[in-house]
Design a binder for this molecule. Sequence first.
Ligand code: ADP
Length: 286
Amino acid sequence: TVLNIGSINWDRVYSVPRFPQPGETLAATSASVGLGGKGLNQSVAIARSGGQVRHLGAIGAGDEAMLEALRAQGLALEEIAQVTGALTGSATIFVDAEAENLIVLDPGANARIEEAAVAQALTRMAKGDWALLQNETNMLGRGAALAREAGLRVALAAAPFDAEAVLPLLDRIDLLAVNEIELAQLQEAGGTLPEGLAVLVTLGAEGAEYRAGGQSIRAAAHRVEAVDTTGAGDTVLGAFLARLDAGEGPEAALRYAMAAGALQVTRPGAAAAIPRQDEVEALLAK
Ligand code: ADP
């Protein structure tokens, strides 16, 4: 089982002919609302990849639509706190005619996860289970420490990258997931990867590499027509962890994750675009 101590966002996407000027009001040509947040994307990826996931997070009090949406994803609500006086986290995304984007992120309730909730959730986990963290909640450092103390293995997606947050954690986690840019930022900030740390590096259209115990496994990406890569890294990480947690070896898990990532980028949206296990297996069987 994976305990994902993770962010939950509404992604609000507005198409605009051009970005408005200060003081200007402009009509959107289309609008949509969907599930997002790196944490939630990863939980959806784990669930659709046949893994067991418990999502621990926080949303604004009274956000019934989010509760309903989480339920519809098959996620349990027991560890979703409703925070009074906070909004559910959100990303408001404007996309102009050139497909350029402009994003305002509000962490909202994601910044108000309580340590006691994490401690409580950990009592329901078993030694050797995974805890998963990203840098979109207030529980990155404490969450990693508590999970480790409880005997869980800790996976960290170092995104959005923040050297100050990530560097002190490198020798306290078991798996680090980064894309090429984050890996470069890590090295630039003087971060060195400890011997015992497993690392999953996603390489966009080039695929991914998994390094552990002095060995490295490389997997190519499938050749697809990408239409929207939002959430691709989350999909690959969630799928990879789900398959590891289901008892597969890293090579098979990485192969599965590459097929999941390939399907995800061919569809618009973040969580909505994540493929189910049967779809991934159909691609792998080709
Ligand atoms: P992030 O989304 O975190 O920036 P990457 O850009 O490295 O991460 O992409 C994550 C994964 O998504 C890749 O490892 C690959 O499996 C898949 N992917 C991304 N872009 C493409 C693409 N153009 N074609 C096929 N797969 C892709």
